[in-house]
Write a protein that binds this ligand. Structure first.
Ligand SMILES: Cc1ncc(C[n+]2csc(CCOP(=O)(O)OP(=O)(O)O)c2C)c(N)n1
Length: 356
């Protein structure tokens, strides 16, 4: 049997106590402070989104709390020409690639703008069909290869996705075609209520790379310094014609699977406590404090700023809700079939009648 842990030792640079066990590498102290500031905003937004669902303002929402370092590190090395192919939980990664934060709320609300990607931003809309985007990632990366663009594509997915057929087809295709793609698995230990140990018999996800003849890496996904440095190295390598690669970022979903889930039914408080100690935000905060780069006053100022940013997002979201229910019929067909046109007319008459 392959000892996955031995073959793919966990790469770490900043441990859970906030001690550097490796180099800062391509990052500077300022990068870490900026990253921490953004993380704090993202954490606040994520918690607010959860509350908004509880208040009935939005629909089902999948929180990313605990996965900030993995997601931010995954895209840390990407520039304007590189691509991100994300999932329904990747709002931190998508936000960094230029997707406005209110899109996370649009997505939950079924708003017609949920899939809009701002012009010029190289990011696909969030995918809900588990692992389907891994194939899209291969397609995007293959296209960039055929066009000799020399850019990197990162496709993100969960541990559960690696048990889907699509993932294996994508890995096979990507390796045979040698596409400039980084498969980035956010191994948050759970696929809803199914733990990793019941999803697969292998010890690590990284070792799945061996079967496809590509290089794999296993990194502490709660360690932004390690993830960002690894992704800098791999992005540069795929841009110069190497790849694909598989990265397993070992992390944890601190919240529920979605607002429709209760993790108390399937996982222990002890397990959650263990991972709270490994919180990706806490370790950067500890490091910044030790270096004298952060104090309570800074934190208070960051929170005031984050609060204002969250309010801005909510204001845009609330304004966007003021749309006609007739948009339901838009963007379905290029040429609207007669049946649908007559349904639309009936619906429009009814909307006028009730004054909606
Ligand atoms: C093809 C498919 N099967 C089942 C589902 C239902 N489903 C939604 S999320 C999920 C678990 C996914 O777990 P994982 O890939 O680990 O990602 P995570 O939600 O933990 O980020 C499942 C089975 C789905 N969306 N698509």
């Amino acid at each position: 049997m392959t000892d996955g842990n031995e073959m793919f030792p966990l790469i770490q640079r900043l441990d859970q106590d906030g001690k550097l066990v490796g180099e800062l590498g391509v990052l500077t102290a300022k990068d870490l402070k900026d990253t921490y500031t953004t993380m704090r905003f993202l954490r606040m937004f994520d918690e607010r989104a959860w509350n908004l669902q509880r208040q009935g303002v939005i629909g089902t929402y999948a929180p990313f709390k605990g996965q900030e370092a993995a997601q931010m590190g995954a895209v840390a090395a990407l520039d304007d020409r590189d691509w991100l192919v994300p999932t329904y939980r990747d709002w931190a990664a998508s936000y960094l690639r230029g997707v406005p934060m209110e899109h996370a709320l649009f997505f939950s609300k079924g708003h017609p703008s949920l899939g809009d990607v701002p012009a010029g931003k190289q990011v696909l809309p969030a995918q809900v069909v588990i692992a389907a985007q891994t194939l899209h990632g291969v397609g995007v990366a293959w296209a960039t290869k055929l066009r000799h663009e020399g850019v990197a594509t990162v496709v993100t997915f969960g541990d559960g996705a690696t048990s889907q057929g699509d993932f294996h087809e994508a890995m096979n295709f990507a390796s045979v075609l040698e596409v400039p793609l980084i498969f980035f698995c956010e191994n948050n230990q759970w696929a809803i209520s199914v733990p990793l140990s019941r999803q697969m018999h292998a010890e690590t996800i990284a070792q799945r790379s061996v079967a496809y003849g590509i290089e794999g890496f296993r990194v502490d996904g709660n360690d932004y310094v390690a993830v960002a440095n690894l992704m800098h190295e791999l992005s540069a390598r795929v841009r110069s014609g190497e790849g694909p690669f598989l990265v397993e970022a070992v992390t944890y979903r601190l919240g529920a699977h979605t607002t429709a889930d209760d993790p108390g039914k399937y996982r222990s408080v002890e397990e959650e406590d263990l991972w709270i100690q490994r919180d990706p935000l806490t370790r950067i905060e500890k490091w910044l404090r030790t270096e004298g780069l952060l104090d309570d006053e800074d934190l208070a100022a960051m929170d005031v700023e984050s609060e204002a940013k969250v309010e801005e997002v909510l204001a845009v979201f609330r304004e966007a809700l003021d749309i006609s229910p007739l948009v339901l019929f838009d963007n379905v067909y290029a040429e609207v079939p007669t049946g649908l046109a007559s349904q639309r007319a009936q619906f429009e008459a009814r909307v006028k009648e009730v004054g909606a």
